[in-house]
Design a protein around this ligand. Structure first.
Ligand code: AMP
Length: 389
């Protein structure tokens, strides 16, 4: 979940920017001004109460704001995140927002302040007044709104400066340029909230098919180093030829080849919600590499799942697969299968043991039909998402 507040004087462009951001990041938009105008148009008790205050350009009471927000937030608690426009507008509302976020077991990622000089605000609002039909887009009320902004709303910035999640941007630029500045900030915030899953389990336990299906269901990028290496071979690239030679010699593909492939995949996956790693990390060294890669993106491992299947069942599955068209180059003989299982025992089990000391490793039994194992995995991933909030 990602929660952002767009801040700035009337006419800064908060509404314009919001329209694009809610679409791109699938956020639920909360504009207290829009909600109040709707209440007003529908002539509800609340709308009538706020009418004269809005018409004068003053701020409506915190009681009214809490009433409309509590309802909207509760009704949409499953949203991907919230984009607030026009709230918080006073120091008290900053505390109210903290409380509302706690109720959802989440927090505000940052407050983005779109800064524009006063004369620009006035010109923009007067222009908007020609077509908006808003009763408060006229010069007298615009001046009042800006005064309210200066007196009551600007001090809110100190709240967020002290918290360390205030970010200012230059709003006196073309719409697209302002959008780019906001996108950069949100992308950075999103990368801190990536849901990174590592799936462990012996070869043949079903980690590949489960990993792929889970990545589709949850909008996560599936990173299987084995598959990426195969793609290089199938593509007939120079790298692919080198990898084939390494496979034939029976050596492990070195980290110098595997790591750049992972980095490239991550670089090309800017809008995903996270990653599912399968077949990496395979060694203790690679476990440190993965920590480093994720740290560079301000992120970390969120969930580790170990799929457990008995050794007899593994051997039976792998040798059955070797007789089908799904046969992998490293599963073509019993010797190769046994060597792969042994390799896993020697090199990868110590990685899992290391993680067990520092993470909560979820154990899922893989000896059931695909759909049942999938359900078990899905429960674990959804728990991981809850912890991300
Ligand atoms: P806006 O559409 O955000 O410019 O808001 C229009 C008017 O609605 C403001 O001038 C206020 O009268 C009222 N309003 C909107 N949001 C708030 C808020 N968070 N607190 C108090 N009054 C608000």
């Amino acid at each position: 979940m990602i929660n952002i507040a767009l801040f700035g004087p009337p006419g800064a462009g908060k509404g314009t920017q919001s329209a694009f951001l809610i679409e791109k990041y699938d956020l639920f938009y909360i504009s207290t001004g829009d909600i109040l105008r709707k209440e007003l148009a529908e002539e509800t008790k609340l709308g009538l109460e706020a009418k004269s205050i809005i018409a004068s350009g003053k701020l409506v009471s915190d009681e009214i704001i809490v009433q409309i927000l509590e309802k909207t937030i509760k009704e949409n608690s499953q949203a991907n995140g919230f984009l607030f426009d026009g709230f918080p507008r006073t120091n008290i509302q900053a505390y109210i927002l903290e409380g509302l976020m706690i109720q959802l077991n989440t927090s505000l990622n940052c407050l983005i302040s779109i800064e524009v000089p006063e004369d620009v605000s006035v010109t923009r609002l007067l222009n908007r007044g020609l077509t908006s039909g808003r009763m408060d887009d006229n010069e007298l009320v615009i001046r009042n709104r800006l005064k309210e902004y200066e007196d009551k709303t600007l001090p809110v910035l100190n709240f967020y400066k002290e918290k360390g999640n205030y970010i200012a941007i230059d709003g006196n630029k073309a719409v697209e340029e302002v959008t780019t500045q906001i996108e950069e900030i949100i992308n950075k915030e999103l990368s801190k909230k990536l849901m990174n899953v590592v799936i462990f389990g012996y070869p043949g336990c079903g980690r590949g098919s489960q990993g792929m299906a889970l990545s589709k269901k949850y909008g996560l990028e599936y990173i299987s180093t084995g598959r990426m290496l195969e793609e290089e071979i199938d593509g007939g690239t120079e790298l692919g030829k080198r990898i084939t030679q390494i496979y034939e010699s029976g050596e492990l593909v070195p980290d110098e080849i595997v790591v750049p492939l992972i980095l490239e995949k991550i670089r090309n996956s800017r809008t995903v919600k996270g990653f599912i790693f399968k077949g990496f990390p395979r060694t203790l060294v690679q476990s440190y590499i993965l920590d480093g890669i994720l740290k560079k993106h301000n992120s970390t491992i969120c969930k580790i799942i170990d799929i457990q299947v008995s050794m007899l069942e593994l051997i039976s599955r792998l040798s059955n697969r070797s007789k089908t068209t799904h046969c992998k180059p490293y599963d073509t003989s019993t010797e190769k299968i046994v060597r792969r299982l042994k390799d896993h025992e020697e090199k990868t089990i110590p990685v899992l043991d290391k993680y067990k000391e520092i993470h909560d490793v979820a154990i899922v039994s893989g000896e059931a039909p695909f759909e049942i194992v999938f359900e078990r995995m899905a429960v674990e991933i959804e728990n991981g998402f809850k912890n991300l909030r």
